[in-house]
Design a binder for this molecule. Structure first.
Ligand SMILES: *[C@@H]1O[C@H](CO)[C@@H](O)[C@H](O)[C@H]1NC(C)=O
Ligand SMILES: *[C@@H]1O[C@H](CO)[C@@H](O)[C@H](O)[C@H]1NC(C)=O
Ligand SMILES: *[C@@H]1O[C@H](CO)[C@@H](O)[C@H](O)[C@H]1NC(C)=O
Ligand SMILES: *[C@@H]1O[C@H](CO)[C@@H](O)[C@H](O)[C@H]1NC(C)=O
Ligand SMILES: *[C@@H]1O[C@H](CO)[C@@H](O)[C@H](O)[C@H]1NC(C)=O
Ligand SMILES: *[C@@H]1O[C@H](CO)[C@@H](O)[C@H](O)[C@H]1NC(C)=O
Ligand SMILES: *[C@@H]1O[C@H](CO)[C@@H](O)[C@H](O)[C@H]1NC(C)=O
Ligand SMILES: *[C@@H]1O[C@H](CO)[C@@H](O)[C@H](O)[C@H]1NC(C)=O
Ligand SMILES: *[C@@H]1O[C@H](CO)[C@@H](O)[C@H](O)[C@H]1NC(C)=O
Ligand SMILES: *[C@@H]1O[C@H](CO)[C@@H](O)[C@H](O)[C@H]1NC(C)=O
Ligand SMILES: *[C@@H]1O[C@H](CO)[C@@H](O)[C@H](O)[C@H]1NC(C)=O
Ligand SMILES: *[C@@H]1O[C@H](CO)[C@@H](O)[C@H](O)[C@H]1NC(C)=O
Length: 573
């Protein structure tokens, strides 16, 4: 069966620079490159600062071991640091685990507001660890008052699943030379369950993702930030099929609602903006053999998307309550938007800045939503006519070709998602800033499931090639720290890999399953090139995956590097 979703697609050509000589980096590996235990299972990340030294102060925000934690989140208290001048806050997440387990989703809330969504690596018996840093300065207003900290990490822990996750989050506070203009209010689009000691994540499509808020009359800027990730039947939404094709094969049910997903932000029921999700691959995803020791892009920091709702303030500042809703839609057929499978975990935050002058914001948004004949692309545009000429618009395109053969056991997936969002830096500027992204992905998997799982193992043969290319001024960071985030942050990264992976359907001994003695094999390579507020950074890594992985290439560059293009099968550039 061949599925085709196509629309004129374009490739961004803004990347690729010349590498300068490699600087050596330290890793816990021996002279032949074999990584020692505990394994550092890492996500490639550019440093967030020239140096992590020089903090004004530091404190542990959370220290907890998630063992049998299903349905029971960690609950604690955050207190702002005393006698500490700071402008920039970075959270350092550190996790360790040993044993056998799946990858798990971690949700970190301050009160009802989600501040970080992460996922875990899958442990091995001899132990793994990882560290990841996230700049959380946009939450400055929360960081300066006491908060209930809730982290959920639903983990099974028994005689089979023996890996617990030991989590430490340390806050690093820096006093940088900058004027900070943090949001005055951060309002949650969530279940608002912190009072019941629960993470406030909403499950769609079954949950209720509509909340109601009365904004201050003098709100002068408002931006919605949304976290959304597919799980269960929706973990690999990009290889789902239109609903009428789910029973094409006798022995292999395919998941429904098309390989296209759109996460929507609606105000009073009207579409205000969308995110087309990055195809995040958890460490058990496609093939677990691909992700030891290099994990997938955004594994430890599920990306949020931003919708500038400032053009709506003329309506929202009327002193009345307005509804804010999140929705996830797919195509039920090739032409009809509809619901999705179970489930998407979503939550959002409305960041609001008030006018110091205290005047009410007025003006009527002029909105136009254009959906061209092809269902898989549209543009929409909102303008406000009033004291601020703030505008928000998006232009997105998507195409995919998916080929399912061998009774559904062999899948070849190719998809290209690209887009630009245009936002007004401020009324002082006449032209908007263009934020662009591109997510090409292609992979093949063929899997065999034994007739008798007690006598033989499953096999997954997989190969993958995907990239994340973006050139963007992050809106919330820019509004919070304009002097630091005034220029676009450019990222180009590509991962390729292949793996043959055996596993026993009823005994999830991941460590054994990737043991080279069993004849499994795999290799993952990544190119990473960033231009950020810190400067330029490049890294090129290549690993022979497995129980004792070998980093055959590990080079870091004080420059952007050339990142070769992902080669999509059947989709033009
Ligand atoms: C993050 O925490 C880990 C574990 O304590 C530590 O090894 C690492 O140096 C920390 N990283 C930073 C940037 O502070
Ligand atoms: C978890 O890690 C912390 C920090 O390394 C350590 O102090 C603590 O003993 C660990 N807890 C468990 C249960 O291993
Ligand atoms: C702080 O930034 C201002 C404005 O960019 C600059 O003029 C000043 O020299 C900086 N001060 C320090 C100590 O770096
Ligand atoms: C969802 O919650 C909102 C706010 O509590 C409420 O007004 C609305 O009726 C609910 N919608 C559904 C379908 O339950
Ligand atoms: C699926 O099952 C039906 C009914 O048993 C059979 O007629 C058909 O040939 C099967 N199709 C395939 C592709 O095996
Ligand atoms: C705010 O409103 C007051 C009273 O209407 C007016 O005098 C003042 O000029 C306004 N300020 C701004 C910045 O528009
Ligand atoms: C808003 O845009 C209109 C049309 O481009 C322009 O005439 C007007 O001067 C702008 N207003 C402000 C406050 O920049
Ligand atoms: C789909 O896959 C099959 C089996 O690998 C191959 O023969 C066929 O050419 C593919 N079709 C397309 C359009 O790529
Ligand atoms: C399915 O994939 C396997 C492994 O890549 C290959 O050997 C087999 O020929 C494929 N079968 C079909 C029908 O494409
Ligand atoms: C941003 O996009 C608009 C509309 O496509 C275009 O006119 C403008 O030149 C772009 N600006 C930049 C800086 O690329
Ligand atoms: C799966 O593999 C484990 C470890 O080799 C073995 O103990 C167990 O019996 C196997 N399970 C089945 C159902 O074969
Ligand atoms: C199945 O996997 C187990 C480890 O989980 C291994 O001991 C066994 O040899 C494998 N069996 C086959 C037939 O590959």
């Amino acid at each position: 069966m061949l599925m085709l979703f196509i629309l004129a697609a374009f490739q961004l050509g803004l990347y690729g620079c010349i590498a300068s000589p490699a600087a050596s980096i330290t890793a816990t590996r021996d002279e032949s490159g074999v990584v020692k235990s505990p394994l550092d299972v890492f996500e490639v990340q550019a440093p967030l600062r020239a140096s992590y030294g020089g903090t004004s102060c530091e404190q542990v925000v959370l220290q907890y071991t998630f063992a049998g934690s299903y349905g029971t989140p960690y609950v604690g208290t955050y207190s702002p640091p005393e006698d500490c001048e700071f402008t920039t806050t970075i959270f350092n997440l550190s996790m360790t685990s040993s044993g056998i387990n799946y990858d798990r989703l971690g949700l970190i809330y301050f009160g009802d507001v989600e501040v970080w969504r992460t996922t875990t690596a899958m442990p091995v018996r001899t132990g793994i660890f990882w560290n990841y840093q996230k700049d959380v300065t946009i939450f400055d207003t929360l960081l300066r008052s006491e908060q209930k900290v809730i982290m959920s990490l639903d983990n099974l822990y028994d005689s089979v699943f023996t890996g617990a996750y030991n989590v430490t989050i340390t806050a690093l506070y820096y006093n940088d030379n900058q004027t900070l203009s943090p949001a005055d209010l951060i309002l949650p689009i969530s279940t608002q369950s912190s009072g019941q000691d629960k993470a406030s994540v909403i499950s769609l499509p079954d949950g209720n993702a509509t909340v109601s808020f009365t904004l201050p009359r003098n709100a002068e800027r408002a931006v919605v930030s949304v976290l959304a990730s597919g799980n269960g039947d929706e973990e690999f939404w990009y290889r789902n099929v239109p609903t009428q094709y789910t029973d094409t094969f006798n022995n292999s049910a395919l998941h429904a609602y098309s390989p296209f997903r759109e996460v929507q932000v609606l105000i009073d029921g009207v579409l205000a903006g969308v995110g087309w999700p990055f195809p995040i691959i958890f460490t058990g995803g496609i093939s677990p053999g691909l992700w030891v020791p290099i994990v997938g892009v955004h594994t430890y920091d599920v990306p949020s998307f931003e919708v500038d709702i400032s053009p709506w303030l003329g309506i929202l500042c009327d002193g009345k309550a307005h509804s804010f809703e999140l929705a996830v839609v797919g195509y039920d057929s090739k032409t009809t938007f509809g619901t999705v499978g179970s489930n998407w975990w979503v939550s959002g935050s409305i960041f609001v800045w008030k006018d110091a002058g205290g005047n009410q914001t007025t003006g009527t948004p002029r909105a136009a939503l254009v959906r061209p004949a092809s269902p898989l692309s549209y543009q929409h545009h909102h303008d406000i006519i009033g004291p601020q000429n703030l505008s928000w618009s998006q232009s997105l395109s998507y195409s995919s070709i998916n080929n399912y053969t061998a009774e559904g056991s062999n899948k070849t997936i190719s998809a290209l998602t690209t887009g630009t969002s245009y936002f007004s830096p401020s009324s002082k500027y006449s032209s908007p800033i263009n934020n662009t992204f591109s997510y090409p992905i292609t992979f093949r998997t063929s899997s065999t499931t034994p007739v008798d799982a007690t006598t033989a193992n499953s096999t997954i043969v997989a190969s993958l090639d995907r990239s994340l290319l973006s050139n963007a001024v992050p809106i919330l960071s820019y509004l919070t720290s304009p002097s630091i985030f005034g220029t676009p942050q450019v990222l180009a990264t590509r991962q390729t890999g292949s793996s043959v992976y055996y596993w026993n359907d009823t005994y999830y001994e991941f460590a054994g399953a990737i043991d080279p003695a069993m004849g499994t094999s795999g290799s993952t390579e990544q190119w990473y090139s960033a231009v950020s507020k810190v400067g330029v950074y490049g890294r090129h890594v290549k690993a022979i995956d497995g129980y004792e992985p070998v980093l055959v290439v590990d080079e870091e560059f004080p420059s952007a590097i050339a990142v070769p293009d992902t080669e999509l099968v059947g989709i033009g550039k």
